[in-house]
Design a protein around this ligand. Structure first.
Ligand SMILES: Cc1cc2nc3c(=O)[nH]c(=O)nc-3n(C[C@H](O)[C@H](O)[C@H](O)COP(=O)(O)OP(=O)(O)OC[C@H]3O[C@@H](n4cnc5c(N)ncnc54)[C@H](O)[C@@H]3O)c2cc1C
Length: 402
């Protein structure tokens, strides 16, 4: 076998999840390469667009231990409260950081700002080669290494290949891995909204008969909007004048933030569930959206991917074994499977429960929100779940550096 370069770990995809894994392993002594298809500053970079990402408190702790939270914090807005309601029905659930005895329930940062911080950290890392723009043309699994051929004709080998190349993962397709897929027939519209009243750190999730609306607190009295509609309905909203768009949003959301004053650039994302049949293969692991792409209804996709990162990094630094050792990858898979299955199931149930116009179900939703609100243990359970703190925590999430 002729090779140009040999690595301990090659990460395909330098988006939010792949870049985070490389940074988590900066002191591991592993020789790492990140292969990324799109140049970091390009406007075409799909991972780092203008959508607001709600980072759970558990994710903040992982970034703190990785040493990049101070840089991320400069671009983040704390979530002090979460308000969940269902349009046309009584009943709300309110979560608060004070009740959870935490400084914040989470943070909101644009994917673009996160990308700038992650890319700056990657370029300062000395155990890392960033190969960009490049993508993988073919791969072969051998007993001791995986061999990759890139579209720039380079040939590389690695003991472990991590696919972090997003929902349309090339690695998953090259491996011919099957996946559970569900087209929700829904589309998310995102935009930044300037509101009349200050958000005071409050995040809103409002379920409506035309789909859920999330408004997340951001700087300069703006909120980051994720408005899910039935596919096809997004066209009129994307083409509507600013005045018409804000009127329709106001009608669905109400006046909890006063009048909506301005809307920034609107983007849209068709929504699908995808879960790869196998996230671990011989010397290969799929993480982040390459392994599981979720509906953004609960803002859990990246948080789940970052927990993949923290667990995989934990397993990799905890051993003297070869980084692609089958036992080690098995341990990783056992650790992660339950969290992944639980979050995927909970997200799908939420979509089913709240995207249904059956009036009886509407009353049940209202009652459920009220009951949770009235029961502190139920609220605590929900808050712990949404913050990613309800299961075995990897060292990075426990503030133990790797
Ligand atoms: C509207 C919306 C709102 C969301 N809000 C939240 C939220 O509030 N909280 C949350 O936790 N999650 C949220 N998510 C989910 C979150 O955006 C994803 O989970 C996250 O982007 C996954 O990151 P990733 O790095 O796995 O994949 P991606 O972000 O898709 O990155 C993949 C990377 O791989 C690169 N790549 C692709 N193919 C190749 C190849 N062949 N070779 C090399 N490189 C390649 C791409 O250029 C990219 O850089 C939201 C998603 C949407 C759509």
């Amino acid at each position: 076998m002729t090779t140009d370069t040999n690595y301990d770990l090659i990460i395909v995809g330098g988006g939010m999840v792949g870049a985070s894994l490389a940074i988590a392993l900066k002191n591991s002594g592993l020789r790492i390469a990140v292969i990324e298809a799109v140049a970091p500053n390009s406007l075409q970079q799909p991972s780092y667009d203008d959508r607001g990402i709600a980072l759970a408190y558990g994710s903040q702790r992982i970034f703190e231990t990785m040493g990049i939270w101070p840089q991320l914090a400069k671009h983040s807005t704390a979530i002090s409260h979460i308000h969940v309601s269902d349009r046309g029905h009584f009943g709300v659930t309110r979560l608060s950081a004070v009740d959870e005895q935490l400084p914040a329930l989470g943070q909101v940062i644009t994917a673009r700002a996160m990308g700038q911080v992650l890319n700056a950290a990657l370029s300062a890392q000395d155990n890392l080669s960033l190969i960009c723009p490049a993508s993988v043309r073919s791969l072969q699994q051998h007993n001791d290494v995986v061999e990759l051929e890139l579209d720039n004709n380079q040939t590389l080998t690695t003991k472990l290949l991590v696919a972090a190349d997003g929902g349309q993962s090339t690695i998953r397709h090259l491996l011919k891995l099957g996946a559970l897929e569900r087209d929700y027939q829904q589309t998310a519209i995102t935009a930044n909204i300037t509101t009349e009243r200050p958000h005071n750190g409050k995040a809103f999730e409002r379920f409506t008969d035309t789909g859920p609306i999330a408004l997340l607190p951001m700087s300069d009295n703006r909120c980051s909007l994720v408005w899910t509609v039935n596919s096809g309905d997004e066209v009129a909203l994307l083409n509507a004048s600013e005045h018409e768009f804000l009127n329709q949003l106001q009608d669905r959301f109400g006046y909890r933030l006063g009048k909506f004053i301005r809307v920034g650039q609107r983007h849209h994302y068709p929504l699908k569930l995808m879960q790869a049949d196998q996230a671990v293969q011989q010397r290969i692991v799929l993480i982040g959206n390459a392994a599981h792409s979720l509906h953004p209804i609960a803002g859990q996709g990246f948080n789940l991917g970052l927990r993949d990162v923290a667990a995989l990094a934990d397993v990799l630094v905890n051993t003297n074994k070869d980084s692609g050792d089958a036992r080690l990858l098995h341990d990783y898979q056992q650790w992660r499977l339950q969290d992944q299955d639980n979050v995927i199931e909970a997200t799908s149930n939420l979509v089913n429960f709240f995207s249904n116009n059956n009036p009886l179900l509407g009353h049940c939703r209202g009652a459920a929100l009220s009951i949770i609100d009235a029961l502190p243990p139920a609220k605590h359970w929900l808050a712990q779940k949404s913050m990613g703190l309800d299961r075995k925590q990897p060292r990075l999430a426990r503030r133990i550096p790797l």
